[in-house]
Design a protein around this ligand. Structure first.
Ligand code: HEC
Length: 188
């Protein structure tokens, strides 16, 4: 679980003023407190530039999260975009690569745990039910295989990837949840 926010919360409405575009943007931004998943972390790191060694590993190697964690730690010496990741982000990216690599350099990146949580976990209850829980992978998989959840369209591998993302990134303290997402959101 995360003990600290990994970046300051920026209030888009305050910065940008009021207007229709701002309203739409502010609505999207309500989920900014949910930490980035591996797809976004990888995309951003690539935009900043990865080393040839790391790109080659991503394009050709598989491995578990420990193996990828080791490769990422090694890359920190000469890749600023990887050096800039905090320990939760490094762990999140390591699990994403464990679930998805090898990944061709030009392939569309598969959805990550955050993508899945936002797409799949809000239709019956608010996302708060999910992101405030501090749980083991086994407990997450038990929830996802429960009668209320078993029909959600995911492959077993995606459930595992979502569970791994949530082990690292959920357990967000309630005072970091935007007020509009704190109460009264469950409709089941
Ligand atoms: C089809 C409706 C539906 C969707 C979609 C859904 N849930 Fe739920 N969820 C429920 C219901 C109903 C409950 C309360 C009953 C229960 O606990 O099974 C619940 C409760 C929960 C709880 C608290 C109780 C528990 O089992 O620990 C968690 C955590 C949870 N859901 C996680 C998720 C996640 C993660 C997703 C997305 C992968 C998700 N939910 C998507 C219906 C849904």
């Amino acid at each position: 679980m995360r003990l600290l926010p990994h970046r300051p919360v920026i209030l888009a409405t305050v910065v940008l003023g009021v207007g229709m575009a701002t309203v739409a943007l502010a609505q999207e931004d309500v989920f900014d407190f949910i930490p980035e998943g591996g797809r976004t972390l990888l995309q951003n790191a690539r935009a900043d530039g990865l080393s040839a060694v790391l790109e080659a590993a991503i394009a050709s190697e598989s491995g578990d999260a420990d193996a990828w964690g080791g490769r990422l730690e090694a890359a920190k010496a000469d890749v600023p975009a990887i050096e800039a990741l905090d320990s939760w982000q490094t762990d999140t990216l390591a699990h994403y690569l464990a679930a998805n690599a090898p990944l061709a350099a030009d392939a569309e990146l598969p959805r990550d745990g955050r993508d899945m949580a936002l797409a799949l976990c809000q239709s019956c209850h608010i996302i708060t039910v999910v992101v405030t829980q501090d749980r083991t992978q086994e407990a997450w998989l038990r929830t996802m295989n429960s009668p209320s959840h078993v029909e959600i369209a995911t492959t077993p591998a995606e459930r595992e990837a979502l569970a791994d993302y949530l082990v690292i990134n959920a357990g967000i303290p309630i005072d970091q949840i935007p007020p509009e997402l704190r109460a009264g959101g469950a409709s089941y």
